[in-house]
Ligand binder design. Structure first.
Ligand code: NDP
Ligand code: 8X3
Length: 231
């Protein structure tokens, strides 16, 4: 049996591009109310405007950096001031930096990947858990990756981070058993978004090469799966 999302409160992290932006529009078409977070507020506001036009009764955007505890706390207080209950948390913010083998890996890249993909999920979940528990039937949907299950050269830190996300999902599922909060991971394979542009520090030629000769899934395909899991 699927659940109606009309009027439900959905939080999406990393909603300024890619899967998160597409998910915002997909939830909007279901009539959900949206709280969107990311670091680039201008991009977030543009997605919010599209989501309103797509049918969401309420869309609000707030700057969010999941690598910073203070920023997550501020987002959490803002969300609390808007709704005592939350129905869906999509922990999507994250990504990769670099494709170096361990031998030449950069501390800054490793720190970002572990902070954003692992600690970000923990921080966001901790901050919003009281509002999710207040709404039995709510869902936490973490965006992992096939990289959390299968390693590749140059992917040590990113694969470790996404394997970490998978274990967070598993632990949370046990911890929240009996609360009515469902916990899921979606582990896409390679899909065409700004992921590779970010990984290669804005080198568009290198990023485009990743998708050459392929017909990868789109952000909209993944968004459709996120909405399906939420229902
Ligand atoms: P994009 O680069 O298009 O989107 C990433 C989103 O995450 C942006 O909205 C970005 O916003 C946000 N983000 C990054 N760092 C932070 C941060 N510190 N705090 C808050 N928001 C942040 O890539 P995708 O849409 O592809 O990536 C979304 C998720 O999907 C990531 O977790 C990624 O690892 C995962 N994934 C991607 C796959 C792919 O092939 N594309 C496959 C499997 C998983 P901003 O910069 O404005 O903060
Ligand atoms: C992103 C997909 O295969 O490029 O998570 O690591 S992959």
């Amino acid at each position: 049996m699927s659940v109606s999302l009309a009027g439900k409160w959905v939080v999406i992290t990393g909603a300024s591009s890619g899967f998160g932006a597409a998910a915002a529009l997909a939830f909007a078409r279901e009539g959900a109310c949206l709280l969107l977070g990311a670091r680039r507020l201008d991009r977030l506001e543009a997605v919010a405007a599209q989501a309103r036009a797509a049918g969401s009764p309420q869309v609000l955007a707030h700057v969010l950096d999941v690598t910073k505890t203070d920023s997550v706390a501020s987002f959490g207080s803002w969300a609390q001031s808007l709704s005592a209950r939350l129905d869906v948390l999509v922990n999507n913010a994250g990504g990769a930096k670099g494709l170096d083998p361990v031998a030449t890996g950069k501390d800054d890249d490793w720190t970002f990947m572990l902070e954003a993909n692992v600690l970000g999920v923990l921080r966001m979940t901790r901050a919003l858990l009281p509002q999710l528990v207040a709404s039995p039937g709510s869902s936490i949907i973490n965006i992992g990756s096939i990289a959390g299950r299968v390693a590749y050269e140059g992917g040590a830190a990113y694969c470790a981070a996404k394997a970490g996300e998978l274990q967070i999902t598993r632990a949370l599922r046990l911890e929240l058993s009996g609360t009515g909060v469902r916990v899921a991971t979606i582990d896409p394979g390679l899909a065409e978004t700004e992921f590779s542009l970010v990984r290669f520090a804005g080198d568009a030629a290198r990023a485009n090469k990743v998708y050459e000769g392929l017909t990868p899934p789109t952000a909209e395909d993944v968004a459709e799966t996120i909405v399906w899991v939420a229902t």
